[in-house]
Design a protein around this ligand. Sequence first.
Ligand code: NAP
Length: 267
Amino acid sequence: MTVRVGITGAAGRMGRTLIEAINQAPGLVLAAAVEQPGSSLVGADAGELAGLGKIGVAVSGDLAAVVDDIDVLIDFTVPAATLANLALCAAAGKAVVIGTTGFSASEDEDIKRAAGRVPVCKASNFSTGVNLCFKLLDMAARVLGDDVDIEIVEAHHRHKIDAPSGTALSMGGVVANALGRDLAEVAVYGREGQTGARNRDTIGFATVRAGDIVGDHTVIFAADGERVEITHKASSRMSFARGAVRAAGWLNGREPALYDMQDVLGL
Ligand code: NAP
């Protein structure tokens, strides 16, 4: 059975890459591509947006008008748009893959509620490598325990609008969880001035925004005398897009629940 996929934010950096990834994926077909209502790209051919040539799917400015044509929506946009699209899909009984980052705690609760009605797969990072890193980080934190200082450094392109990255926060969550700490209590976001000596319980975050960096993350476990660093570097958005498309195929026909990429990969 062919899974019919829709993309919101179709003209965005991830949207265009997702169109290409769906085009390469066996068993999935692009059935709808949606942009903001006022976008000058409404009516354009989605394949041409992604540099593939015409594929016969016109960009729509209204998800409601095309939601019946899809089985699964993949949404990489902004939190407000994602929540509106999710509500529409929940009412229409359609599964949703969420790649957008930067949700507030209350918005995350809204997503959980919607996942009671339709299957939802949300991940701050859909690449296989990063999801493997989550496992490695859990192991490192458990072995190194409270004897190390933990710092997370992330770098992204100049257009990214949220910080630290959703992936960096997920990495902090994995490490905090392994050590029995509450990330909300121990996270330190950047430092300046007379900071005093470092408290070992804290987990520090540092953010770089520059040029066209696709996404670099390093978690440092530093003790006296040695340190372990776990690093992931994305060199192409295709790693995220392939993962999200794989999640869409996996999600189709599942029971309503909130899943993540670890579930998709069976980790
Ligand atoms: P982008 O290039 O800015 O694309 C965002 C898209 O969303 C654009 O097409 C934009 O349309 C559309 N959009 C913005 N506001 C909207 C609204 N109010 N209603 C409907 N559509 C709206 O950004 P990107 O680099 O593709 O990233 C998108 C999101 O994915 C970010 O949150 C990013 O952090 C996340 N991301 C996640 C992963 C992952 O693996 N989970 C990987 C990469 C990126 P306009 O251009 O018309 O504004």
